[in-house]
Write a protein that binds this ligand. Structure first.
Ligand code: API
Length: 317
């Protein structure tokens, strides 16, 4: 008799930003914030910056308007909160779909809470994967400041389908140890929090970053963060001979961003599957869960999670 709480998983990373993929083609899995917190725990779980539930669009109410895609990426941050978009995670999900024979190599359309994204997976099963990340939005949310390690700097707001604040520093060590979240003001600019990217310019085509991710903490890399940094650099240091291809170096590896004439960005980087197996989704009884990680049924999570509430309000608008 197999344990009904066991569920298949795939583990992997993009530039050491790591994820657990939970295949759920028919949308039968109820994934609570507590499940995600436990899966992401690097001692009592599998360890990950995020969890990606892979569900066919036909079986996912959130993907009802995105039927041009076959699969939906249900992205969750390590703290259990919902995320709209994840560049490193989407490359890994596309690699999984091709390697598992669920999609042919080449171009895939994958739905996310930030809309559909086109991904290109080479048929050699190991080469870098490219995502059309769409156009960054730099609405004139001025006056944004970021405080970390006792210092405050101006920041540039960039929306990559998820919210980013970008700070330019001469020396990335000035950001401190990033063990606590940088403070972004005014708080009203990011009612649901933001990923903070500290960027050093190493040349007209070359950026170096450290990232403190919303709902996670400092990660080894961030795909949407690297794109946000390029978008901000083109505003922060515009030049007549503006580069169109950029290298972004992060602690976990190197990402490449190409800015197309229409302003959309192609993000290219590694997508490495490191393990697969089955994992128990039974919540441990008693203590051991972080405070506030009370298990919730997905329907409850949708009410309590601002991202889904704000999106619902948007679609009802
Ligand atoms: N690691 C992801 C970003 C996740 C952002 C997420 N933490 C959020 O709440 O928006 C990436 O590669 O783009």
């Amino acid at each position: 008799m197999t344990d009904p709480s066991l569920h298949p998983f795939v583990k992997g990373h993009g530039a050491e930003n790591d994820f657990v993929i939970l295949p759920d083609p028919d949308g039968r899995l109820t994934l609570t914030p507590a499940d995600v917190v436990r899966l992401g725990d690097r001692r009592t779980g599998l360890g990950a910056d995020g969890v990606l539930r892979a569900v066919r669009c036909a079986a996912e109410p959130e993907a009802a308007a995105m039927r041009e895609a076959e699969w939906f990426m249900d992205y969750r941050n390590a703290d259990g909160s919902l995320g709209a978009m994840c560049g490193n995670g989407l490359r890994l999900l596309a690699r999984y779909l091709v390697d598992a024979g669920l999609h042919r190599p080449g171009a895939l359309l994958i739905a996310t809470r930030a809309g559909t994204r086109r991904v290109h997976v080479p048929d050699d099963h190991t080469g870098p994967v490219t995502i059309d990340m769409g156009r960054p939005r730099l609405s004139g949310a001025g006056g944004i400041q970021v405080t970390a390690a006792g210092r405050t700097w101006p920041a540039i707001h960039v929306d990559m389908g998820n919210p980013h604040a970008v700070v330019f520093l001469e020396d990335l060590r000035l950001a401190g140890d990033l063990r606590t979240a940088p403070i972004v003001t005014p708080a009203a600019a990011y009612p649901h929090g933001a990923t903070v990217n500290f960027v050093a310019t190493r040349g007209p085509h070359h950026l170096q970053l450290r990232v403190h991710e919303r709902g996670v903490g400092e990660t080894r890399a961030c795909g949407t963060g690297a794109c946000a940094a390029v978008a901000a650099a083109r505003v922060h240091q515009p030049s007549p001979a503006m580069a169109v291809d950029y290298t972004a170096d992060l602690p976990g590896g190197r990402l490449h961003i190409v800015v197309r004439p229409n302003g959309a960005m192609d993000l290219t980087g590694p997508a490495v599957i490191t393990a697969q197996g089955t994992v128990s989704l039974a919540l441990p009884s008693g203590p051991g869960l972080p405070a506030g990680a009370r298990g919730q049924r997905r329907s409850e999570a949708s009410e309590s999670d601002p991202l889904r509430r704000s999106r619902a309000a948007h679609t009802q608008g």
